[in-house]
Ligand binder design. Structure first.
Ligand code: DX5
Ligand code: ZN
Length: 226
């Protein structure tokens, strides 16, 4: 069985007490903190930057997974690395030089990943698999929490799974396959069955009072997946 990781998105947390929200969700059984950065340019919404990443960093030893929905990308990479990011992902169409941006992320000591919108082709992976630690498939169009899962994303997850398995069988290494958008207790098993190993969930977790109950229910669903 694959290792499954649950990554609550802080986008749906209470921003007036983010440190507590980080601690609570990790204590409730989450593995990773997903940190959504929006710039009101690449996506029509504005969230948080490196200062907030730095502020939450002391609240957990869990990896912080910074999802950059920004354009341009490069200048923010060293800033987030310095602010304590462990993983930095970006949208390939938001970077003029994908290979260079991936290199920047690796040089800054972080794991690197590409993010694919529902309408973005996986062919961006063709020549950069050697620089990638994570592939993130969006199952909503980026910009907002609380949207509905786009079912077609399951086929894309399966296609990404195949690419990753073919690459790692030949070259070794580990590449995580994350899915982001509309993931809930009632669809997480289908997302895992399609091939994902890392699950972002914002509103599904932070929208409930009992984080532990939601995460336990998600793990129970994941346990059903062979
Ligand atoms: C969307 C963000 C997601 C979002 C997930 O642009 O990248 O991380 O917060 O939220 P839910 O789980 O509510 O769809
Ligand atoms: Zn995200």
């Amino acid at each position: 069985m694959r290792d499954f990781r649950i990554a609550p998105s802080l986008l749906s947390a209470d921003f007036a007490c983010l440190g507590q929200e980080v601690r609570d969700v990790i204590a409730a059984g989450a593995d990773i903190i997903h940190f959504d950065v929006m710039d009101n340019h690449y996506v029509p919404n504005l969230t948080v930057g490196p200062l907030v990443c730095e502020a939450i960093r002391p609240h957990t030893t869990a990896p912080i997974d910074v999802h950059l929905m920004v354009k341009p990308v490069d200048s923010l990479v060293p800033m987030f690395a310095k602010a304590g990011a462990d993983i930095i992902t970006f949208h390939p169409e938001a970077s003029e030089h994908i290979d260079r941006t991936l290199g920047l992320i690796k040089e800054s000591g972080c794991k690197a990943g590409l993010v694919f919108n529902p309408g973005t082709s996986l062919s961006y992976l063709d020549h950069v698999m050697d620089k990638i630690d994570m592939v993130l498939i969006m199952s909503v169009n980026p910009g907002f929490g609380g949207q509905s899962f786009i079912p077609h994303a399951l086929e894309k997850v399966a296609a990404a799974r195949q690419r990753i398995d073919e690459y790692t069988a030949k070259h070794g290494g580990e590449i995580w396959l994350e899915v982001d958008g509309g993931v809930k207790v009632d669809n997480i098993a289908a997302v895992a069955a399609a091939g994902a190993d890392t699950f972002v969930a914002g509103s599904a977790i932070y929208g409930q009072a009992d984080y532990q109950a939601v995460i336990a229910a998600m793990r129970a669903e994941l346990a059903k997946v062979a």
